[in-house]
Ligand binder design. Structure first.
Ligand SMILES: Nc1nc2c(c(=O)[nH]1)N[C@H]1C(S)=C(S)[C@@H](COP(=O)(O)O)O[C@H]1N2
Ligand SMILES: [Mo]
Length: 310
């Protein structure tokens, strides 16, 4: 199931949902009344989500097995241990789902997830994700650049930062009954980071819609930053003039900075960041500056003291 070519799928296997998600041309033709009927089908984990392979963003690294990507997670809304999200994220309802985009924009809006899926061509990108705790994974994500969303709402000249907010609902996210973080989970980027072509608005992985434990129905992936910047299950995106305070900065300002660029030369106060363990491997490997994306992103931080702006 993992990497089947669309063309190889038998006609008899194609479900309406697959037509919607998997075949852009069909969608363009059906963009009228007929399409509306298909949109009412709620996408859930396991449903296919096709995207053109984005060769510019492939890596030589071996992808982490799907079983590990979906069973070893950080998603504190479903508990603090790695196994909890896979066990309990089934309580999250991902349809209907809307994302409010507001703040310093000319065209604020509340957008339905099924409309957002059609805003730009879906791409498959294999990215490294490096958790601040010292482990990493390699995942084929599906999405399109967050810049597509930001351009659509027309930022004003005052928009300097972008804040992301996760759903806040303890009925669906029982971990929010604990005080481990201040809820809802909030993260942020500088606008040039948010607009960078690497920053992916992410709807799927391994050819399927995001499993709940990986942040369904929509998250961001910012591959040169520690994993906690890659916010899951987003319901609000705010463009701001001032740098927002994130949940992790609130929890430990000395430990978690706003920038959180992967940097083997700047240790976490309680552990070294020089090396990492790739999930599924035994020996640690060296951590790369900007998680290996320095050639593409180091320019964003020219002249900045990265030990101070960690
Ligand atoms: N809303 C929310 N987003 C979150 C987190 C979280 O606890 N809540 N954990 C972060 C951390 S610490 C990491 S390492 C990644 C893990 O993503 P994954 O489970 O898909 O590997 O999600 C990030 N996004
Ligand atoms: Mo993390």
């Amino acid at each position: 199931m993992i990497k089947r070519n669309n063309a190889a799928i038998q006609a008899s296997e194609i479900t309406p949902r697959e037509l919607f998600y998997g075949r852009r041309r069909f969608m363009q033709m059906a963009a009228g009344a007929g399409a509306a009927a298909m949109l009412s089908g709620a996408a859930s984990a396991g449903d296919k989500l096709a995207g053109a392979k984005s060769t510019a963003y492939m890596l030589p690294d071996k992808p982490t097995p799907l079983e590990d990507v979906t069973r070893y997670n950080n998603f504190y809304e479903f508990g603090v241990d790695k196994e909890s999200p896979a066990k309990s994220a089934g309580s999250l309802k991902t349809r209907p789902w809307r994302v409010a985009v507001e703040g310093e924009v000319q065209k604020p809006g509340v957008f339905d997830i099924d409309a957002m899926l059609r805003w730009a061509p879906m791409e498959e990108r294999v990215y490294r994700l490096r958790c601040v705790e010292g482990w990493s994974m390699v995942v084929p994500w599906l999405g399109f650049p967050l810049a597509e969303l930001i351009k659509r709402v027309e930022p004003t000249g005052n928009a300097k930062f972008v804040e992301f907010v996760t759903l806040h609902d303890a009925e669906q996210m029982p971990g929010q009954r604990s005080g481990v973080l201040e809820w809802p989970y909030r993260e942020g980027l500088r606008i040039d980071e948010a607009m960078h072509p690497l920053t992916l608005l992410t709807f799927g992985l391994y050819g399927e819609v995001l499993p709940n434990q990986n942040g369904a129905p929509v998250r961001v992936i910012v591959p040169w930053k520690y994993g906690f910047k890659s916010v899951k299950s987003i319901v609000k995106i705010r463009l701001l003039e001032q740098q927002p305070v994130t949940s992790w900065m609130q929890a430990g300002p000395r430990e978690y900075g706003f920038y959180a660029n992967v940097n083997p030369a700047v240790d976490h106060p309680r552990w070294s960041q020089a090396r990492e363990r790739r999930i599924g491997e035994f020996l640690k490997r060296p951590t790369l500056p900007f998680n290996g994306y320095a050639d593409q992103v180091a320019g964003l931080y020219a002249g900045m003291d990265l030990a101070r702006y960690f």
